[in-house]
Design a protein around this ligand. Structure first.
Ligand SMILES: C[S@@+](CC[C@H](N)C(=O)[O-])C[C@H]1O[C@@H](n2cnc3c(N)ncnc32)[C@H](O)[C@@H]1O
Length: 274
């Protein structure tokens, strides 16, 4: 698959997916903010946020760099970018702008003090090559910070069938589409292959029992991936049975009083040499 092939993007670009991304962003916000702070994002910096989606990471960064700094969010999805612009305007955030581009190209030769991204390198056909290409936009001494998942670590203790089965499907559909569902645990190697010396931090969200957001996260994600699951022959609609999935997960989790673990989110950051 080439970098230009957006048709294989397994989550799709539906209204459901747009709102799922916003819910997911709220779920992950503190974990991302921690990585950006540890990476050294600070007031006055000019930041490039690649694969910005609905603009959630850009908005976190905009607050960290303050009114003397600025953020450019880049994505291929024009509707997502419009939504990001509207959300920034509604929040009266004026130091952020959004542009369309097909990564790893962003157009022009502009340089930034920080290159950041979340849940995007998972889609780079060759993550190290993609990262290397983006480094041409970072000033020497600038910061690079990404947060990527290991989707195979989503689990419950004790295991419950409705979760294990769908976590396996979710990982398989990403693999069959040519992406990297476990890239989080390789992020250190990806940084090194791009000539960087990374610091790493892994974190996840945990909940006891079936009453929280972890089931919602899994069900909404499986719903977005549904068409790709069918297309890649990971599962049929009947096997997934999306309309009853939320209920089944919550019931099984409550019956076992299970601990639910969300995706392992690995943050990697480094300073641009030179
Ligand atoms: C899972 S979303 C994450 C959005 C956002 N970073 C967040 O964490 O909320 C991945 C985003 O990366 C974008 N994306 C993936 N591959 C891309 C590419 N090659 N060029 C431009 N955008 C890309 C998708 O359009 C999507 O908006």
């Amino acid at each position: 698959m080439s970098n230009q092939d957006s048709s294989a993007y397994p989550l799709g670009y539906s209204a459901h997916e747009a709102s799922r991304l916003e819910q997911q962003a709220a779920f992950l916000k503190e974990l991302t903010e921690e990585v950006l702070k540890r990476a050294g994002l600070r007031p006055g910096m000019r930041v490039l946020d690649v694969g910005c989606g609905m603009g959630d990471v850009s908005l976190v960064a905009a607050r960290l760099v303050g009114p003397t700094g600025s953020v450019v969010g880049v994505d291929r999805d024009p509707e997502g970018l419009d939504r990001a612009r509207a959300r920034a305007a509604a929040a009266q955030v004026t130091n952020v702008s959004f542009r369309q581009a097909e990564l790893p190209q962003i157009g022009g030769s502009e340089k930034f003090d920080a290159l950041i991204g979340r849940l995007v390198m998972i889609y780079f056909p060759d993550p190290a090559a993609g990262l290397r290409a983006l480094l041409s936009h970072v000033v020497p001494g600038g910061i690079i910070a990404f947060q990527e998942p290991d989707l195979s670590r989503i689990s419950t203790v004790p295991p419950i069938p409705s979760v294990s089965e769908n976590v396996a499907r979710l990982n398989l559909v990403f693999e069959r589409c040519g992406f990297h569902p476990r890239i989080g645990v390789s992020l250190g190697q990806v940084f090194e292959a791009a000539g960087l010396t990374p610091s790493l931090l892994g974190a996840t969200r945990m909940e006891q029992g079936g009453g929280g957001f972890c089931p919602t996260w899994l069900v909404t994600t499986v719903r977005s991936l549904g068409p790709a699951m069918v297309k890649t022959q990971v599962a049929t609609e009947a096997e997934v049975d999306i309309e009853t999935l939320d209920h089944r997960i919550r019931q099984e989790a409550d019956a076992a009083n299970a601990l639910l673990l969300g995706p392992l989110m690995v943050g990697a950051w480094a300073v641009m040499p030179g």
